[in-house]
Design a protein around this ligand. Structure first.
Ligand code: GYE
Length: 309
Protein backbone atom coordinates (compact mmCIF):
# COMPACT_ATOMS: atom_id res chain seq x y z
CA UNK A 1 0.00 0.00 0.00
CA UNK A 2 1.00 3.58 -0.59
CA UNK A 3 0.76 6.32 1.96
CA UNK A 4 3.61 5.22 4.19
CA UNK A 5 3.80 6.07 7.86
CA UNK A 6 1.28 5.18 10.49
CA UNK A 7 -2.26 6.41 10.54
CA UNK A 8 -2.97 8.81 13.32
CA UNK A 9 -6.38 9.62 14.68
CA UNK A 10 -9.03 9.79 11.96
CA UNK A 11 -10.28 6.23 12.44
CA UNK A 12 -7.88 4.56 9.99
CA UNK A 13 -6.41 1.24 10.97
CA UNK A 14 -3.58 -1.06 9.98
CA UNK A 15 -2.24 -0.36 6.54
CA UNK A 16 -5.43 1.22 5.25
CA UNK A 17 -5.33 4.00 2.70
CA UNK A 18 -6.30 7.59 3.19
CA UNK A 19 -8.87 8.44 0.51
CA UNK A 20 -10.36 11.86 -0.14
CA UNK A 21 -13.89 11.77 -1.56
CA UNK A 22 -15.33 14.94 -3.10
CA UNK A 23 -19.02 14.02 -3.36
CA UNK A 24 -21.56 15.99 -5.42
CA UNK A 25 -23.96 16.80 -2.59
CA UNK A 26 -27.05 15.35 -0.94
CA UNK A 27 -29.62 16.25 -3.58
CA UNK A 28 -31.40 12.91 -3.93
CA UNK A 29 -32.08 9.50 -2.38
CA UNK A 30 -29.65 8.14 -4.98
CA UNK A 31 -26.92 10.42 -3.69
CA UNK A 32 -27.49 9.63 -0.03
CA UNK A 33 -27.40 5.90 -0.79
CA UNK A 34 -24.19 6.41 -2.75
CA UNK A 35 -22.51 8.33 0.09
CA UNK A 36 -23.59 5.70 2.62
CA UNK A 37 -22.32 2.90 0.39
CA UNK A 38 -18.89 4.50 -0.09
CA UNK A 39 -18.51 5.32 3.61
CA UNK A 40 -19.48 1.82 4.71
CA UNK A 41 -17.20 0.19 2.15
CA UNK A 42 -14.21 2.34 3.13
CA UNK A 43 -14.70 1.46 6.77
CA UNK A 44 -15.14 -2.23 6.05
CA UNK A 45 -11.92 -2.22 4.02
CA UNK A 46 -10.02 -0.46 6.82
CA UNK A 47 -9.42 2.74 4.86
CA UNK A 48 -9.77 6.30 6.14
CA UNK A 49 -12.27 8.29 4.11
CA UNK A 50 -12.13 12.07 4.12
CA UNK A 51 -15.62 12.94 2.91
CA UNK A 52 -16.64 16.36 1.60
CA UNK A 53 -20.23 17.19 0.58
CA UNK A 54 -19.87 19.55 -2.39
CA UNK A 55 -23.41 20.94 -2.02
CA UNK A 56 -23.77 20.79 -5.83
CA UNK A 57 -21.14 23.55 -6.13
CA UNK A 58 -18.09 23.02 -8.31
CA UNK A 59 -16.00 25.52 -6.32
CA UNK A 60 -16.63 23.57 -3.12
CA UNK A 61 -15.47 20.39 -4.85
CA UNK A 62 -12.38 22.08 -6.29
CA UNK A 63 -11.29 23.35 -2.89
CA UNK A 64 -11.95 19.91 -1.41
CA UNK A 65 -9.64 18.36 -4.00
CA UNK A 66 -6.98 21.02 -3.26
CA UNK A 67 -7.25 20.20 0.46
CA UNK A 68 -6.81 16.51 -0.31
CA UNK A 69 -3.69 17.35 -2.30
CA UNK A 70 -2.30 19.41 0.61
CA UNK A 71 -3.05 16.51 2.94
CA UNK A 72 -1.20 14.15 0.56
CA UNK A 73 -3.96 11.54 0.58
CA UNK A 74 -3.23 8.24 -1.17
CA UNK A 75 -6.04 8.66 -3.70
CA UNK A 76 -8.74 11.16 -4.58
CA UNK A 77 -12.25 10.06 -5.53
CA UNK A 78 -14.18 12.77 -7.35
CA UNK A 79 -17.86 12.74 -8.37
CA UNK A 80 -17.77 15.86 -10.56
CA UNK A 81 -21.00 17.87 -10.37
CA UNK A 82 -20.52 19.12 -13.95
CA UNK A 83 -18.34 17.88 -16.83
CA UNK A 84 -16.22 20.95 -17.58
CA UNK A 85 -13.82 23.14 -15.61
CA UNK A 86 -11.67 20.44 -13.99
CA UNK A 87 -8.44 20.69 -15.99
CA UNK A 88 -6.43 22.84 -13.55
CA UNK A 89 -7.24 20.98 -10.37
CA UNK A 90 -6.82 17.57 -12.00
CA UNK A 91 -3.44 18.69 -13.28
CA UNK A 92 -2.50 19.78 -9.75
CA UNK A 93 -3.36 16.31 -8.45
CA UNK A 94 -1.30 14.70 -11.19
CA UNK A 95 1.64 16.99 -10.46
CA UNK A 96 1.40 15.95 -6.80
CA UNK A 97 1.44 12.28 -7.87
CA UNK A 98 -2.00 11.57 -6.42
CA UNK A 99 -4.26 9.38 -8.57
CA UNK A 100 -7.81 10.60 -9.23
CA UNK A 101 -10.62 8.09 -9.63
CA UNK A 102 -13.98 9.36 -10.87
CA UNK A 103 -17.02 7.90 -9.17
CA UNK A 104 -20.46 8.21 -10.74
CA UNK A 105 -20.24 11.29 -13.03
CA UNK A 106 -17.66 11.88 -15.73
CA UNK A 107 -15.67 14.85 -17.04
CA UNK A 108 -15.28 16.12 -20.59
CA UNK A 109 -13.20 14.03 -22.99
CA UNK A 110 -10.42 16.65 -23.12
CA UNK A 111 -9.55 15.81 -19.49
CA UNK A 112 -9.45 12.07 -20.04
CA UNK A 113 -5.71 11.80 -19.40
CA UNK A 114 -6.02 13.56 -16.05
CA UNK A 115 -7.86 10.79 -14.22
CA UNK A 116 -7.14 7.09 -13.99
CA UNK A 117 -10.57 5.53 -14.32
CA UNK A 118 -14.30 6.09 -13.86
CA UNK A 119 -16.65 3.75 -12.05
CA UNK A 120 -20.31 4.57 -12.59
CA UNK A 121 -23.31 4.28 -14.85
CA UNK A 122 -23.55 4.50 -18.62
CA UNK A 123 -25.89 7.50 -18.62
CA UNK A 124 -26.35 7.52 -22.40
CA UNK A 125 -27.50 3.91 -22.20
CA UNK A 126 -29.98 4.87 -19.49
CA UNK A 127 -31.33 7.55 -21.81
CA UNK A 128 -31.53 5.04 -24.67
CA UNK A 129 -33.52 2.64 -22.48
CA UNK A 130 -35.99 5.42 -21.66
CA UNK A 131 -36.16 6.32 -25.35
CA UNK A 132 -36.77 2.72 -26.42
CA UNK A 133 -39.78 2.48 -24.11
CA UNK A 134 -41.17 5.83 -25.26
CA UNK A 135 -40.70 4.97 -28.95
CA UNK A 136 -42.54 1.69 -28.47
CA UNK A 137 -45.29 3.08 -26.22
CA UNK A 138 -46.12 5.98 -28.53
CA UNK A 139 -45.41 4.32 -31.88
CA UNK A 140 -49.08 4.51 -32.88
CA UNK A 141 -49.53 8.13 -31.74
CA UNK A 142 -50.48 9.59 -35.11
CA UNK A 143 -50.60 13.29 -34.23
CA UNK A 144 -47.11 13.35 -32.73
CA UNK A 145 -45.98 12.65 -29.17
CA UNK A 146 -45.78 15.82 -27.08
CA UNK A 147 -42.93 15.61 -24.59
CA UNK A 148 -41.88 17.58 -21.52
CA UNK A 149 -38.38 17.00 -20.17
CA UNK A 150 -37.01 17.72 -16.71
CA UNK A 151 -33.26 17.74 -17.11
CA UNK A 152 -30.77 17.13 -14.33
CA UNK A 153 -28.15 19.66 -13.25
CA UNK A 154 -27.11 21.77 -16.23
CA UNK A 155 -23.74 20.63 -17.57
CA UNK A 156 -23.67 17.38 -15.56
CA UNK A 157 -22.77 14.15 -17.31
CA UNK A 158 -26.05 12.39 -16.46
CA UNK A 159 -28.14 15.33 -17.71
CA UNK A 160 -26.18 15.64 -20.94
CA UNK A 161 -26.08 11.92 -21.64
CA UNK A 162 -29.58 10.97 -20.51
CA UNK A 163 -30.92 13.62 -22.84
CA UNK A 164 -28.72 12.62 -25.76
CA UNK A 165 -29.41 8.89 -25.43
CA UNK A 166 -33.17 9.41 -25.18
CA UNK A 167 -33.56 11.56 -28.29
CA UNK A 168 -31.04 9.48 -30.21
CA UNK A 169 -33.41 6.50 -29.94
CA UNK A 170 -36.58 8.51 -30.62
CA UNK A 171 -34.91 9.69 -33.83
CA UNK A 172 -33.51 6.32 -34.86
CA UNK A 173 -36.91 4.70 -34.21
CA UNK A 174 -38.56 7.38 -36.30
CA UNK A 175 -41.01 8.52 -33.62
CA UNK A 176 -43.03 11.56 -34.58
CA UNK A 177 -42.54 13.80 -31.53
CA UNK A 178 -42.30 17.37 -30.34
CA UNK A 179 -40.32 18.67 -27.36
CA UNK A 180 -42.88 21.03 -25.88
CA UNK A 181 -40.45 22.21 -23.18
CA UNK A 182 -37.21 21.10 -21.57
CA UNK A 183 -35.66 22.73 -18.49
CA UNK A 184 -33.33 21.82 -15.65
CA UNK A 185 -34.78 20.88 -12.28
CA UNK A 186 -31.26 20.39 -10.86
CA UNK A 187 -32.03 16.82 -9.76
CA UNK A 188 -34.08 18.01 -6.74
CA UNK A 189 -37.75 17.51 -5.86
CA UNK A 190 -38.32 21.21 -5.09
CA UNK A 191 -36.90 22.45 -8.39
CA UNK A 192 -38.55 19.64 -10.32
CA UNK A 193 -41.91 20.63 -8.88
CA UNK A 194 -41.34 24.34 -9.53
CA UNK A 195 -40.33 23.75 -13.15
CA UNK A 196 -43.33 21.47 -13.69
CA UNK A 197 -45.60 24.20 -12.33
CA UNK A 198 -44.09 26.60 -14.86
CA UNK A 199 -44.60 24.05 -17.65
CA UNK A 200 -48.25 23.71 -16.64
CA UNK A 201 -48.78 27.46 -16.50
CA UNK A 202 -47.10 27.96 -19.85
CA UNK A 203 -48.43 25.03 -21.88
CA UNK A 204 -51.26 23.47 -19.90
CA UNK A 205 -51.36 19.68 -19.73
CA UNK A 206 -53.99 18.94 -22.37
CA UNK A 207 -52.41 17.07 -25.22
CA UNK A 208 -49.12 16.48 -23.37
CA UNK A 209 -48.29 12.79 -23.64
CA UNK A 210 -45.08 12.21 -21.77
CA UNK A 211 -42.84 13.62 -19.05
CA UNK A 212 -39.24 12.41 -19.08
CA UNK A 213 -37.62 13.21 -15.73
CA UNK A 214 -33.87 12.61 -15.46
CA UNK A 215 -34.23 11.39 -11.86
CA UNK A 216 -36.75 10.24 -9.27
CA UNK A 217 -36.83 13.42 -7.18
CA UNK A 218 -37.74 15.66 -10.11
CA UNK A 219 -40.35 13.17 -11.28
CA UNK A 220 -41.87 12.93 -7.81
CA UNK A 221 -41.93 16.73 -7.48
CA UNK A 222 -43.61 16.95 -10.89
CA UNK A 223 -46.22 14.38 -9.85
CA UNK A 224 -47.20 16.70 -6.99
CA UNK A 225 -47.52 19.64 -9.38
CA UNK A 226 -49.65 17.56 -11.78
CA UNK A 227 -51.95 16.45 -8.97
CA UNK A 228 -52.27 20.01 -7.66
CA UNK A 229 -53.31 21.02 -11.19
CA UNK A 230 -56.14 18.48 -10.96
CA UNK A 231 -54.67 15.96 -13.39
CA UNK A 232 -53.82 12.30 -12.92
CA UNK A 233 -50.10 11.49 -13.23
CA UNK A 234 -49.44 8.18 -14.97
CA UNK A 235 -52.73 8.46 -16.90
CA UNK A 236 -53.35 11.99 -18.18
CA UNK A 237 -49.62 12.22 -18.74
CA UNK A 238 -47.25 9.26 -18.80
CA UNK A 239 -44.02 9.57 -16.83
CA UNK A 240 -40.54 8.07 -17.06
CA UNK A 241 -38.04 8.45 -14.22
CA UNK A 242 -34.41 7.40 -13.81
CA UNK A 243 -32.86 5.97 -10.57
CA UNK A 244 -35.45 3.64 -9.07
CA UNK A 245 -35.51 4.58 -5.38
CA UNK A 246 -38.09 3.07 -3.01
CA UNK A 247 -40.12 6.28 -3.28
CA UNK A 248 -39.99 6.05 -7.07
CA UNK A 249 -41.22 2.45 -7.05
CA UNK A 250 -43.96 3.32 -4.55
CA UNK A 251 -45.23 5.99 -6.94
CA UNK A 252 -45.11 3.35 -9.67
CA UNK A 253 -47.11 0.86 -7.60
CA UNK A 254 -49.66 3.65 -6.99
CA UNK A 255 -49.98 4.01 -10.77
CA UNK A 256 -48.53 7.54 -10.81
CA UNK A 257 -45.70 6.82 -13.22
CA UNK A 258 -45.10 4.39 -16.04
CA UNK A 259 -41.45 3.46 -16.50
CA UNK A 260 -38.35 3.30 -14.34
CA UNK A 261 -34.81 3.15 -15.67
CA UNK A 262 -32.57 1.92 -12.91
CA UNK A 263 -29.41 3.76 -11.86
CA UNK A 264 -27.48 1.94 -9.16
CA UNK A 265 -25.69 3.99 -6.45
CA UNK A 266 -24.58 1.06 -4.30
CA UNK A 267 -21.06 0.59 -5.63
CA UNK A 268 -18.92 1.38 -2.57
CA UNK A 269 -17.29 -2.05 -2.37
CA UNK A 270 -16.49 -2.04 -6.07
CA UNK A 271 -15.06 1.47 -5.70
CA UNK A 272 -12.73 0.39 -2.89
CA UNK A 273 -11.42 -2.43 -5.08
CA UNK A 274 -10.76 0.03 -7.88
CA UNK A 275 -8.98 2.47 -5.55
CA UNK A 276 -6.82 -0.33 -4.14
CA UNK A 277 -5.88 -1.52 -7.62
CA UNK A 278 -4.99 2.00 -8.71
CA UNK A 279 -2.83 2.66 -5.64
CA UNK A 280 -1.15 -0.73 -6.23
CA UNK A 281 -0.31 0.37 -9.74
CA UNK A 282 -2.39 -2.38 -11.38
CA UNK A 283 -3.80 -1.91 -14.88
CA UNK A 284 -7.44 -0.81 -14.71
CA UNK A 285 -10.04 -0.19 -17.38
CA UNK A 286 -10.75 3.47 -18.18
CA UNK A 287 -14.44 2.93 -17.47
CA UNK A 288 -16.24 0.32 -15.39
CA UNK A 289 -20.02 0.35 -15.83
CA UNK A 290 -22.40 -0.52 -13.02
CA UNK A 291 -25.07 -3.08 -13.99
CA UNK A 292 -28.63 -1.76 -14.25
CA UNK A 293 -32.11 -2.81 -15.36
CA UNK A 294 -35.46 -1.34 -16.45
CA UNK A 295 -38.96 -1.81 -14.99
CA UNK A 296 -42.45 -1.28 -16.38
CA UNK A 297 -45.81 -1.19 -14.60
CA UNK A 298 -46.12 -4.99 -14.56
CA UNK A 299 -42.91 -5.23 -12.51
CA UNK A 300 -43.16 -2.37 -9.97
CA UNK A 301 -44.83 -4.28 -7.17
CA UNK A 302 -42.58 -7.33 -7.30
CA UNK A 303 -39.43 -5.21 -7.44
CA UNK A 304 -40.29 -2.76 -4.63
CA UNK A 305 -39.08 -5.02 -1.77
CA UNK A 306 -35.70 -5.38 -3.50
CA UNK A 307 -34.93 -1.68 -3.56
CA UNK A 308 -32.00 -0.70 -1.37
CA UNK A 309 -32.45 3.06 -1.26
O1 GYE B 1 -29.41 9.99 -11.10
C1 GYE B 1 -29.48 11.68 -9.44
C2 GYE B 1 -28.39 12.32 -8.66
O2 GYE B 1 -25.15 11.37 -10.94
C3 GYE B 1 -26.25 9.36 -11.47
O3 GYE B 1 -27.29 12.30 -9.53
C4 GYE B 1 -26.18 10.52 -10.58
C5 GYE B 1 -27.46 11.31 -10.49
C6 GYE B 1 -28.70 10.58 -10.07
O4 GYE B 1 -28.72 13.54 -8.21
O5 GYE B 1 -30.55 11.28 -8.65
Amino acid sequence: CGGGGDDSGDGGSGNGLVIGFAQVGAESAWRTANSDSVKAAAEAAGHTLKFVDGQQEQETQISAVRDFITQQVDAIVLAPVVETGWTDVLQEAEDAGIPVILADRGVEAADEDLYVTRLGSDFAEEGRKAGAWAAETFAADADGTKILELQGTTGSAPANDRKAGFFEVLDSEGLNYEIVDSQSGNFTAEEGKAVMETFITTHGLDGIDLLYAHNDEMGLGAIQAIEEAGKVPGKDIQIIIVDGSKAGFEAGVAGKLNYIVECNPVFGDQLMEVVESVVNGDEVEKFTPVEEGVFDATQFEAELPNRQF
